[in-house]
Design a protein around this ligand. Structure first.
Ligand code: NAD
Length: 251
């Protein structure tokens, strides 16, 4: 049974691997047997993750990637070499009331979360189709692509767009054996937000989650491995919510 999720011999590129969930996804895929290509802008952080993974016996390589730039995406995919799995994880959020959100902030969020994921997916799929090679793309969306909160309108819109892009690409690329699926994480504790969950505001938010807890990065491992591996071979266009029940809370 464990063979179903085995990634030995596979190569996986993870965008935004320099911190948080991206670094965790690289560890998870590496521990499942994949060789990993760590793609992000902060070379120093990538190098220390690469060293950590290599010490655990995981083949890891760092490539420079800014998903806002088509030229950078193409260069990173060329440097990565043949891939089997791409995890579109790079993402940003800017918190401002919609009435005060400047045009540049909208562009930064949507260009990273939606246009960036599109460029990486298109670049990977073009290479797979040219090589007649199957592939799996896992887009890291968010429950904020399904429901909304205030003051992050471009983030909400970009993640909703990414969910629908997942379905559109899944439909178009199924004939090429390219699978495209998405994970919608709920609130997951990372180094960036861990202090917030101890505040009264954070505690109040946790009370609205049916499981009454914040997710940990490892809670996403099952969904990621399912979508990335042979276990998910008949899955494409799927959107998996992993949120402790947050999106089914009582209205
Ligand atoms: P994070 O800020 O630690 O990670 C985001 C990563 O993306 C960083 O490594 C950053 O450098 C990288 N990045 C940003 N812009 C980039 C660009 N132009 N090119 C390349 N890399 C870029 O945050 P995180 O919490 O680890 O989030 C990872 C993903 O998970 C994001 O897409 C986020 O929207 C999504 N997500 C997170 C949560 C959560 O609760 N942590 C919940 C739902 C979805």
């Amino acid at each position: 049974m464990s063979k179903l999720f085995d990634l030995k011999g596979k190569s996986a590129l993870i965008t935004g691997a320099s911190s948080g969930l991206g670094a965790h996804f690289a560890r998870c895929l590496g521990e499942a047997g994949a060789s990993v290509v760590l793609a992000a802008r902060r070379a120093d952080r990538l190098q220390s993750l690469q060293a950590e993974l290599e010490q655990k016996g995981v083949a890891a390589r760092a490539v420079d990637l800014d998903v806002q730039s088509g030229a950078s995406v193409a260069a990173a995919l060329d440097a990565a070499g043949p891939l089997d799995i791409v995890v579109n994880n790079a993402g940003i959020s800017i918190v401002k009331a919609a009435l005060q959100m400047p045009e540049d902030d909208w562009d930064a969020v949507v260009d990273t979360n939606l246009r960036g994921a599109w460029l990486v997916a298109q670049g990977a799929a073009r290479r797979w189709v040219a090589d007649n090679r199957p592939g799996s793309i896992v887009n890291i969306a968010s429950i904020l692509g399904l429901r909304t909160i205030g003051h992050v309108a471009p983030y909400n819109a970009s993640k909703a767009g990414l969910i629908h892009l997942t379905r559109a690409l899944a439909m178009e690329w199924a004939r090429y054996r390219v699978r495209v699926n998405a994970i919608c994480p709920g609130y997951i504790e990372t180094e960036m937000n861990s202090d917030f969950w101890k505040t009264p505001g954070g505690q109040k938010l946790i009370e609205r989650i049916p499981q009454r807890r914040i997710g940990q990065p490892h809670h996403l491992d099952g969904a990621l491995l399912l979508l990335a591996s042979e276990a998910g071979d008949f899955m494409t266009g799927s959107v998996l919510t992993v949120d402790g029940g947050h999106t089914v809370n009582s209205l």
